[in-house]
Ligand binder design. Structure first.
Ligand SMILES: Cc1ncc(COP(=O)(O)O)c(C=O)c1O
Length: 357
């Protein structure tokens, strides 16, 4: 299954069905400190080559993720989505859109893609969703509510899925979600049309990224959506990838601030057939900034703590698994420090600040 970049649970589902994925990101997608406006774009030449190599009958669908969660919440452009669509049309392959962060991706299209500057959010969202055969989303992100949704205008796809809904979710009319939650979802979906609402998260993320960047802290640029992402590989360059620098940074930040960030690196990856870690392309720490959740002073608090941690980064050490589930290990797995580094980090914090904080 060709994709602009993989997502953890999607990869687990594809593998569970015996499939494989190919990530067809372009050559500048993994340049962590960059000014490329659309690092989430798919490389169209690679898509053509992938289809030629495997054959149409081996490719059930092409997947575009808005936004590329594991490489820093980077968006793709409408131009790129149209080009992907054209290739899908040429070969008769279905195009699936993960729309979890589509509202914010669409906002950045309006900001960064000249052809769409004068359009409304509604125009942009309708265009993007209209290019896909099937759109699915995590409601937690797209509509600030629970659950998720699957949408299609194609009757054949709808009919095929109809039988699966009672098997996996609930009756067709509510899909296992309460009516109250569906109403909340509708409100959240309408919010994505409101520029003043949908701009909040990317604007806060931009502020956070720019402040950290100006302070010399390695951060993913340009600012994307979903959250501010720290380049943990650089922040903790003294920690080998096999000792999970992004996970260690998450633990260290929690100890000195109470802030819960998300590891997006090798802990979020998998093991190969020999049982070795498949090292992630990037070791990132995600500081998620969903809309309507945080105030600017909370963002400033995180920036302040990260500055202290950056100055004391050599005190951060590695992690090792103590409990490792076979699938999606980052959700329920347990880890322990490889030395007494957490004690030393906390002692230094107390020495600098006493019990005043
Ligand atoms: C692009 C994308 N798809 C899917 C998901 C999964 O969402 P959920 O945890 O609601 O299933 C996420 C979560 O961060 C995401 O960023």
């Amino acid at each position: 299954m060709p994709t602009n970049y993989h997502f953890t649970t999607t990869l687990a589902h594809v593998m569970e069905r015996g499939g494989v994925i190919e990530e067809l990101y372009h050559d500048r997608a993994l340049v962590l400190h960059s000014d490329h406006p659309f690092k989430g774009n798919m490389d169209i030449d690679k898509l053509e080559a992938c289809i030629q190599r495997h054959g149409v009958d081996k490719i059930p669908f092409v997947r575009m993720e808005a936004s590329t969660n594991l490489i820093g919440g980077q968006p793709f452009s409408i131009r790129n989505l149209m080009d992907v669509r054209a290739v899908c049309d040429k070969y008769g392959i279905m195009l699936v859109l993960d729309a979890s962060l589509l509202g914010e991706n669409a906002f950045l299209v309006k900001q960064r893609e000249d052809a769409w500057k004068e359009n409304t959010m509604g125009d942009i969202l309708r265009t993007m969703t209209g290019l896909a055969d099937l759109v699915y989303f995590s409601a937690r992100k797209l509509s600030s509510s629970r659950g998720g949704g699957i949408c299609t205008n194609r009757r054949d796809i709808y009919t095929k899925m109809e039988a699966l809904i009672p098997l996996f979710e609930g009756f067709l009319t509510y899909g296992g979600i309460s009516v109250r939650e569906i109403e909340a979802m509708a409100v959240g979906l309408y919010e994505t049309l409101d520029e003043t609402m949908i701009s909040q998260s990317p604007t806060f993320i931009k502020y956070m990224v720019e402040q950290l960047d100006a302070a010399g802290i390695p951060v993913i640029t340009p600012p994307g959506v979903l959250g501010c992402h720290i380049d943990a590989g650089k922040f903790c360059e003294h920690i080998p990838q096999a000792e999970y620098p992004a996970g260690a940074l998450a633990a260290a930040l929690y100890l000195i601030s109470g802030v819960r960030a998300m590891e997006r690196g090798t802990i979020s990856s998998i093991r190969d057939e020999e049982g070795n870690d498949v090292l992630a392309d990037a070791e990132l720490l995600r500081l998620a900034v969903p809309r309507r959740v945080f105030t600017l002073s909370q963002v400033n608090y995180v920036i302040d703590r990260l500055q202290w941690l950056w100055d004391n980064r050599e005190l951060i050490g590695g992690l090792k698994f103590t409990y490792e589930p076979p699938v999606l290990r980052f959700f329920m797995g347990g880890l322990a420090p490889t030395s007494d580094w957490p004690d030393r980090l906390v002692s230094k914090f107390r020495k600098d600040f006493g019990d005043s904080l």
